[in-house]
Design a protein around this ligand. Structure first.
Ligand SMILES: *[C@@H]1O[C@H](CO)[C@@H](O)[C@H](O)[C@H]1NC(C)=O
Ligand SMILES: *[C@@H]1O[C@H](CO)[C@@H](O)[C@H](O)[C@H]1NC(C)=O
Ligand SMILES: *[C@@H]1O[C@H](CO)[C@@H](O)[C@H](O)[C@H]1NC(C)=O
Ligand SMILES: *[C@@H]1O[C@H](CO)[C@@H](O)[C@H](O)[C@H]1NC(C)=O
Ligand SMILES: *[C@@H]1O[C@H](CO)[C@@H](O)[C@H](O)[C@H]1NC(C)=O
Ligand SMILES: *[C@@H]1O[C@H](CO)[C@@H](O)[C@H](O)[C@H]1NC(C)=O
Ligand SMILES: *[C@@H]1O[C@H](CO)[C@@H](O)[C@H](O)[C@H]1NC(C)=O
Length: 289
């Protein structure tokens, strides 16, 4: 056997074998995005982490020293905290540090992927209102002339106050409903924070999508990802992708939470490949001797 051919086999064979394993290694990496470090599945970002390592709808746009931005139903949100999955704290870009947006939108989540967390309270904000003496002034802020009727006052109210003051609010131009965090809501009511502060703290949403599949995948030694063409969930196992979790032997089926089995299995295969090559090497040496 030619020496070059032998070393070609020695170098190329294990690499070719571990092609799919590289996918599970690649997607096991986390990435940093603006102010948040160590982000993993289901999030991804162009140039930082491929979409197949995340899930459709969880694309983050990163800018240095700024919070990542996610788009939900065409609306953009700052992502403030993802350290307690499946909870994510977000705040609308529209009203970031500015209680007087250029355009008025109600927040609509894509309910296939997200839901409001139990920790939110809804505020209704009325814009373009005349001065209303009946509404407590702590609920009022000024917005210049951002609405078409020329009125400059805005009021934030909860559901019951909106009902009480319904007749006072008929001259307002437009209203939007904004979720705020429960404790921020309390601080607004006891006047220890203002509307900008409450908005900038964000509110929590849950993202349940495929979290069960992902847990099952991880506990079987796999890494969560997705099929970039069908957008289905995929579990990248040490040597191949599967639709749910890595089941490689009878032991994993008996004990699906034994995470080390597929890795051990893969190590055994690698060890055998190595021994085979070593044997080949010896045979080769004995032929040239
Ligand atoms: C993924 O990373 C974790 C933590 O670094 C490690 O324990 C695990 O074995 C890795 N999984 C794979 C399939 O590489
Ligand atoms: C996210 O929330 C956790 C738990 O509430 C907290 O410890 C952490 O400091 C927060 N991270 C950021 C970036 O705000
Ligand atoms: C807040 O409003 C949204 C719709 O805008 C609704 O789905 C949600 O249940 C409301 N939450 C509370 C606590 O009122
Ligand atoms: C937001 O939702 C409320 C309640 O459904 C509605 O009265 C209001 O007109 C909506 N605002 C906008 C800007 O669509
Ligand atoms: C939101 O409010 C809840 C309940 O008051 C609290 O436990 C949670 O930490 C708050 N989250 C944020 C992001 O402020
Ligand atoms: C206002 O409410 C917040 C949140 O519940 C609380 O932490 C704070 O102590 C309250 N402040 C006053 C002055 O009541
Ligand atoms: C990904 O989806 C495509 C199209 O549905 C399918 O043909 C392909 O087999 C899938 N790949 C994997 C690894 O499941």
């Amino acid at each position: 056997m030619d020496t070059h051919l032998f070393f070609f086999i020695l170098l190329v064979l294990p690499v070719a074998y571990s092609d799919d394993h590289d996918l599970s290694l690649e997607c096991n990496q986390t990435f940093n995005c603006g102010t948040i470090q160590g982000i993993g599945y289901p999030f991804w970002s162009p140039t930082l982490r491929p979409s197949y390592c995340g899930y459709h709808g969880f694309e983050l746009i990163c800018q240095q020293n700024q919070s990542p931005v996610i788009t939900i139903n065409t609306q953009r949100f700052h992502v403030l905290n993802i350290s307690r999955p499946p909870l994510m704290t977000i705040a609308p870009v529209d009203t970031w540090e500015d209680p007087c947006p250029q355009q008025f939108h109600n927040i609509s989540l894509n309910h296939n992927l997200f839901d409001f967390a139990a920790t939110i309270r809804n505020l209704t904000i009325f814009y373009g209102c005349p001065l209303e003496d009946d509404i407590p002034s702590q609920h009022r802020f000024n917005c210049g002339t951002t609405t078409s009727n020329g009125n400059t006052y805005a009021y934030y109210l909860d559901e019951s106050l909106s009902r009480i003051h319904r007749s006072d609010l008929t001259d307002c131009d437009i209203s939007i409903i904004v979720p705020v965090n429960q404790s921020e809501f309390d601080e607004l009511w006891n006047e220890t924070d203002n509307i900008v502060g409450a908005w900038n703290k964000g509110f929590e949403v849950t993202y349940q999508k495929d979290m069960i599949s992902c847990l099952a995948c991880r506990s079987s030694g796999g890494v969560c990802g997705s099929n970039s063409s069908s957008l289905d969930f995929l579990c990248f196992c040490p040597d191949h992708p599967c639709s749910k979790s890595c089941v490689v032997s009878v032991e994993t089926r008996i004990n699906p939470f034994e995470s080390s089995t597929p890795i051990v299995f893969s190590l055994i295969v690698r060890r055998m490949t190595f021994l085979f090559l070593e044997l080949l090497h010896r045979v080769y040496q004995s032929t040239i001797a």
